[in-house]
Design a protein around this ligand. Structure first.
Ligand SMILES: [Zn+2]
Length: 168
């Protein structure tokens, strides 16, 4: 089980183990913003509901880049493993403008999740040429969103609405 760590400014910073998050709270470096009351963590002397989200009390300057590097698995996650053309389960990715036609190869905006059938049908053509239309607008995921995915989708479902809305 993992915990999302927010900066003092409420921006997601990292994902850490629950134990580590509890240490941050006990040493007064962070406060619990959201806990799972169904899961109790016991220490030698205390028990607490497992923190799902903690927030640092002091602002941390973040030197790392805010852009997420492109990856195949990232595209599949972004599109919830659904084909961008028919909505079926997707195992592959499609280059919207084929690379053989000058389309960017490692671009969030030029790739979508696709099922094998749509991928074969579209082949080396643009969607217009193949008479296929996209069900979604490809976008560049924010690093924050990637942190939430790193927590695991099942657990991320327990995050409070206001927080999810801030980095959708
Ligand atoms: Zn498809």
């Amino acid at each position: 089980m993992q915990t999302l760590v927010l900066n003092a400014s409420y921006e997601p910073l990292a994902v850490v183990s629950v134990r580590r998050a509890i240490v941050l709270v006990l040493t007064e470096k962070a406060v619990t913003e959201h806990a799972d009351s169904d899961r109790i963590i016991r220490s030698a002397t205390q028990e607490f509901p497992a923190p799902l989200v903690v927030r640092l009390l002091r602002f941390v300057r973040v030197p790392y880049r805010r852009k997420l590097p492109w990856s195949r698995s990232g595209v599949l996650e972004r599109d919830s493993r659904r084909c961008g053309y028919c909505g079926a389960r997707a195992e592959s990715i499609d280059h919207i403008v084929p690379t053989s036609r000058g389309g960017a190869q490692r671009s969030w905006l030029n790739t979508v999740a696709a099922c094998v059938m749509c991928n074969q049908r579209k082949a080396d053509r643009t969607p217009e040429e193949a008479g296929m239309s996209l069900l979604l607008d490809p976008f560049e995921p924010k690093v924050q969103r990637a942190l939430v995915l790193a927590m695991g989708v099942r657990q991320a479902e327990h995050l409070p609405e206001w927080l999810v809305a801030s980095f959708a």
